[in-house]
Design a protein around this ligand. Structure first.
Ligand code: NDP
Length: 439
């Protein structure tokens, strides 16, 4: 039996990139959850639109050579995956983590392309980073690494070409170092990077925006069921930028946040973390030592465990990809979870998502839920282009409205599944751009 066109694309990409498991996972998740309109189907097949859409435009790979504090020269791999500029300049974060490789960045760039299309804003999709591990590195080493990374990357970016931002282990400190080097090499002060400090062109509310956006989306979703966050018990994983700001906003809305985690374990506070404590962690702006925090609070510390075995109403994975497996999903379902919202990118495995959807747990994917960061980054690009900053209130208001529009687009396209709704709404926009622009 001959394969349908979407199945043919899946199988061809699997043959081309057999080792790229994360990339293939993202391709399959997208293709399996698309409802291709009959009117479009033959055009999509004859113009091979899915394959064109799922393959990145280009992948740039470079060596990053930097000297450590002992005088030794180290080499890391650096990448920029420019996935698609169909609807705007390439846009997406940079990640520094030992787990970074081409497959991880290709999945992130593909997801970013769909996420950005879903925002309704004029931004294409990209992702980049390095397998550099910043853990245990001095400030000087981080600075020299960022400078060496930019010495290669600057050739490929610019305010109308490709605009990188932060991601795991790339916060405003690293963006500052990268921007300083970009400016020096190019002699341009422009919006080629977002996530900058507000003192030199960064947007108000950028740091808060992904986590806050997650909660704005959740509030919209709960409204459909005449519910609110007040007195919901919430499991959050991670304790980085997204996790802490989501926790802060959830607590402000009356929720009880009972977990925070990191790669070493989970801190469980069954009475709920207090707002002042989350504020302290945000202000400290360093990786929180959650085991020490648990001790200080009289909370529980479970080394090498995740939040998914504890009882709650809502789960918000905010750490990293594939951190929630099918076994975790079963535990959550058995414990009566009602909602799962992805704060991180692709934190739930394909099998976990299938289990949630089959067991009527309301599931919403990252490309809808965590777009707050890229939305505020796009507002930052606008502020840089017109040399005029916006207030915190103005940015927050726009963020809330745009998150609400994303929620509406998902529901309009499919009122049963946020996953299908998000994929299809994004796909429609990308297909129009592809058709109108020709091959
Ligand atoms: P941070 O670097 O600020 O925090 C990452 C958190 O995840 C840390 O607590 C880290 O713990 C934990 N973590 C990382 N790897 C693992 C692992 N293998 N197992 C368990 N915990 C782990 O990153 P962000 O908060 O910025 O990003 C988190 C997620 O959100 C990522 O998927 C990112 O792509 C996504 N995202 C981020 C956006 C942003 O604006 N920052 C925008 C949109 C999406 P430890 O300290 O031990 O490493």
């Amino acid at each position: 039996m001959s394969l349908s066109y979407p199945e043919h694309v899946k199988s061809k990409l699997a043959q081309l990139f057999p080792e790229q498991t994360e990339y293939l996972q993202a391709v399959n998740e997208l293709i399996d959850n698309l409802n291709i309109d009959k009117a479009w189907y033959s055009r999509i097949e004859s113009d091979n639109m899915l394959e064109r859409l799922f393959l990145p435009d280009r992948i740039i790979n470079f060596n990053v050579q930097w000297r450590d504090d002992n005088g030794k020269v180290n080499i890391n791999q650096g990448w920029r995956v420019q996935h698609s500029n169909l609807i705007g300049p390439y846009k997406g974060g940079l990640r520094f983590h030992p787990s970074v490789n081409e497959s991880v960045l290709k999945f992130l760039a593909l997801e970013q392309t769909f996420k950005n299309a879903l925002t309704g804003l004029p931004i294409g999709g990209a992702k980049g980073g390095s397998n550099f591990d910043p853990k245990g590195k001095s400030q000087g080493e981080i600075l020299r690494f960022c400078q060496a990374f930019m010495d290669e990357l600057y050739r490929y970016i610019g305010p109308n070409t490709d605009i990188p931002a932060g991601d795991i282990n790339v916060g405003s400190r690293e963006i500052g170092f990268l921007f300083g080097r970009y400016k020096k090499i190019t002699n341009q002060f422009d919006g080629a990077l977002t996530g900058k400090n507000v003192a030199f062109g960064g947007s108000q509310a950028r740091i808060e925006s992904t986590g806050y956006g997650v909660i704005y989306f959740i509030e919209e979703a709960l409204k459909r069921y005449k519910q609110s966050l007040a007195s919901q018990r919430v499991l959050i994983s991670g304790s980085g930028n997204v996790a802490l700001h989501a926790a802060k906003k959830a607590i402000k809305a009356g929720a009880t946040v009972i977990t925070l985690s990191n790669s070493e374990g989970v801190c469980v506070n069954s009475d709920g973390f207090k707002l002042a404590m989350i504020d302290n962690l945000i202000e400290e702006n360093t990786r929180p030592a959650l085991d020490k925090l648990a001790e200080k609070l009289g909370a529980e510390w479970h080394a090498d465990e995740t939040p998914w075995s504890f009882n709650a109403d809502i789960a918000i994975p905010c750490a990293t990809q594939n951190e929630l497996s099918s076994e975790d999903a079963k535990l959550l379902i058995d414990n009566g979870i009602s909602y799962v919202f992805e704060g991180a990118n692709m934190p739930c495995s394909a099998e976990a998502i299938e289990l949630f959807e089959r067991n009527e747990v309301l599931f919403a994917p990252a490309k809808a839920v965590n777009s707050g960061g890229v939305i505020t980054s796009t507002l930052e690009m606008g502020q840089n282009a017109i040399f005029f900053p916006e207030s915190f209130e103005s940015v927050s208001e726009k963020l809330r409205a745009l998150m609400s529009d994303i929620h509406k687009r998902c529901v309009r396209d499919n009122d049963k599944s946020y996953l299908k709704g998000a994929n299809n709404a994004a796909l429609s926009r990308l297909l129009i751009a592809m058709t109108e622009q020709g091959v």
